[in-house]
Design a protein around this ligand. Structure first.
Ligand code: PAF
Length: 292
């Protein structure tokens, strides 16, 4: 495995791989890797010849007062894990390499924005977040030129934003989604779980339990549009929020949506329930998909 830090080194390796007809798989990350990331690498390995993993804590996707400074930088430990997982190349650029024109702040003038889908839910609470994500992912795609790129389904809205700009801006890359990887108690794996105390990690399992409970309720049909109005979704959403808050969460949103994140209509048979909630200072995300 090679660890490189510059775009020129990366381009050389990618060009050599492409010249010999290799399929390039890509896993973009911000490092501080856990088993969930390693599963993404495994998926990339099973569909590509060369797997490149980027490690870059992207300032542009963090809002003011968020955890950019605090975000763990653990390159040495990450490299060990990636080597064991079978990754071929780690691309770990400095901020100046990725944003050479903006004095370290990550605010170059050219940005990729995906209005609409970026402004709701996570985007409403974190203005500019998805422009930061779309911009860095687009830049990375232009550098790595992957045939396939793998993202985790935990960040469901992020995946939708990326799929949208890839489609609309005609990036020649296939986006693969990996199912959420969970701890034994159901907590979705996330680098930010490292901010939780042991007792909070136990408490946090309630998020997934709540989603599972809602899925069951929706699938019993009692809340289908046939028997009830859209209001009944609002009712069970509100009840779930109150239950979570009573268990110590501060819920930002819990919402039942169609798979493209719009409010569901009678025709939607595939739904996703998304939740964002704080436990202490830690913002946790989870979601569950279901068919009715
Ligand atoms: O999901 C993440 O870790 C980040 O948002 C990503 C896709 C690596 C972009 O910085």
């Amino acid at each position: 495995m090679q660890i490189i830090h510059t775009i020129s080194e990366l381009r050389e390796l990618v060009t050599a791989g492409k010249q010999t007809g290799k399929v390039i798989g890509f896993v973009p990350t911000m490092g501080n890797l856990h088993q969930g990331h390693l599963q993404l690498v495994k998926m990339a390995l099973s569909t590509s010849d060369i797997v490149i993993c980027s490690i870059f804590v992207n300032p542009l996707q963090f809002g003011e007062g968020e955890d950019f400074e605090q975000y763990p930088r653990t390159l040495e430990a990450d490299a060990k894990k990636l080597q064991q997982a079978g990754c071929d190349i780690i691309f770990a650029p400095a901020v100046d390499e990725m944003y050479p024109e903006s004095d370290g702040g990550g605010r170059d003038q050219s940005q990729v924005s995906v209005p609409g889908i970026s402004d709701i839910l996570e985007g409403a609470s974190r203005p500019g977040h998805f422009t930061g994500v779309a911009t860095i992912v687009a830049k990375l795609f232009n550098m790595v030129q992957p045939d396939k790129a793998v993202f985790g389904a935990k960040d469901y809205q992020q995946l939708q934003v990326i799929q949208r700009f890839v489609r609309e801006l005609c990036f020649p890359v296939e986006i693969l989604s990996h199912p959420i990887v969970r701890e034994n108690n159901g907590l979705a794996m996330s680098s930010r779980n490292g901010y939780l105390s042991e007792s909070q990690k136990q408490q946090a399992a309630a998020l997934y339990k709540t989603l599972q409970g809602l899925k069951k309720q929706l699938q019993t049909g009692a809340y289908s549009f046939k028997n009830n109005s859209l209001k009944s979704y609002a009712g069970i959403e509100q009840q779930a929020i109150e239950d979570l808050n009573a268990q110590g969460f501060m819920t930002d949103y819990l919402t039942i949506r169609s798979t493209d994140l719009m409010p569901p209509t009678e025709k939607d048979k595939h739904l996703v329930i998304l939740v964002a909630a704080y436990l202490g200072k830690t913002r946790l995300l989870d979601n569950i998909q279901l068919s009715i």
